[in-house]
Design a protein around this ligand. Structure first.
Ligand code: SAH
Ligand code: DHB
Ligand code: MG
Length: 219
C-alpha cells in the first residue's frame, strides 16, 4: 500500500471501531456532497476527538469559528448537555445549510449560527467560553487566537484545525498565505504565557495536517 492509502485505510479502521453510524451526522455528509459544499469538514475521527475533549471538560458554552455545513458543530453540540453553542460562518449559503443541520440535530444546547466575517463578529462576544474551536480562514488565525484567549475561561480549551498544512508551516513564506497564518498562530500559541499547548500531527482521509490543542492556565 502507498503511504496515503494505508493512512486512509487506518482511518477507515479507526472510524469502524470508534464512530458509530449516526443518522444526523451521516446525513450532513450526504447533504453536503449533494449541495456541492467543499469536502473540508473534520473527519469522523476528528469529530469524535472534538466531542471527547468538549465532554471531558463538561463544556456548557462553546464557540466555533468556521461552520461550513455544521458537521463539526454537531459533534461539539453532542458533547454538551445544555448551554450555548455559537458558530460563526461568513458564507450565507453555508450558514443557511448549517441552520438546517442544527435544527435536524435537535441539539440540547441553544445553538446559533452568526453570519459574517469572524473578525467583525468576535469583538461583540463576551466571555466565558469553555471551548473555542478555530476552523475558518487560516490567515486570520493569529487574530482569532487573541480573541480566543480573551473569551476562554481558565481551564478552558482553544482548539485549532489545519495547523500543519502538509508541512507547509515549516517554510510558508511566499508559498501559501494560509500556511503563513497557521505558522504565526503556532508560534504565538507556543509563546503565550496564559496557555499550555501541543499540536497533534495527523494523517488520514483528510491528508497530512495538524490539530492544535491549548489549555488556558488557571489564573
Ligand atoms: N468546521 C467545519 C469546517 C469549516 S470549513 C467542519 O469541520 O464541519 C471553513 C469555513 O470557514 C467555510 O465554511 C468558510 O466559508 C468559513 N470562513 C472562511 N473565512 C471566514 C471568515 N472570515 N469568517 C467566518 N467564516 C469564514
Ligand atoms: C481547508 C479548510 C479547512 O478547514 C480544512 O480542514 C481543509 C481545507 C481549505 O480552506 O482549503
Ligand atoms: Mg479544517
Amino acid at each position: 500500500m502507498s503511504e496515503n492509502k494505508v493512512f486512509e485505510a487506518v482511518d477507515d479502521y479507526i472510524h469502524g471501531l470508534f464512530v458509530e453510524a449516526d443518522p444526523v451526522l451521516d446525513d450532513i455528509l450526504a447533504r453536503s456532497a449533494d449541495a456541492g459544499l467543499p469536502d473540508i469538514q473534520v473527519s469522523p475521527g476528528q469529530g469524535k476527538l472534538l466531542y471527547l475533549l468538549t465532554k471531558m471538560i463538561g463544556a456548557s458554552r462553546v464557540l466555533e469559528i468556521g461552520t461550513l455545513g455544521g458537521y463539526s458543530t454537531v459533534w461539539l453540540g453532542r458533547a454538551m448537555s445544555g448551554g450555548e453553542l455559537v458558530t460563526i460562518e461568513f458564507d450565507d449559503a453555508h450558514a443557511a445549510f448549517a441552520r438546517e443541520t442544527l435544527d435536524q440535530a435537535g441539539l440540547k444546547p441553544e445553538s446559533q449560527v452568526l453570519t459574517g466575517r469572524a473578525l467583525d463578529i468576535l469583538p461583540a462576544l463576551e466571555p466565558p467560553f469553555d471551548v473555542v474551536f478555530l476552523d475558518a480562514n487560516k490567515d486570520s488565525y493569529p487574530a482569532y487566537l487573541r480573541h480566543a484567549v480573551r473569551l476562554t475561561r481558565p481551564g478552558g480549551l482553544i482548539i485549532a484545525d489545519n495547523v500543519v498544512r502538509d508541512g507547509a508551516v515549516l517554510a510558508p513564506e511566499g508559498v501559501d498565505p494560509q500556511a503563513v497564518g497557521a505558522a504565526a498562530f503556532n508560534q504565538a500559541l507556543a509563546e503565550h504565557p496564559a496557555l499550555e499547548a501541543i499540536i497533534l500531527q495527523q494523517v488520514g482521509m483528510k491528508g497530512h495536517d495538524g490539530l492544535a490543542i491549548a489549555r488556558v492556565k488557571d489564573s
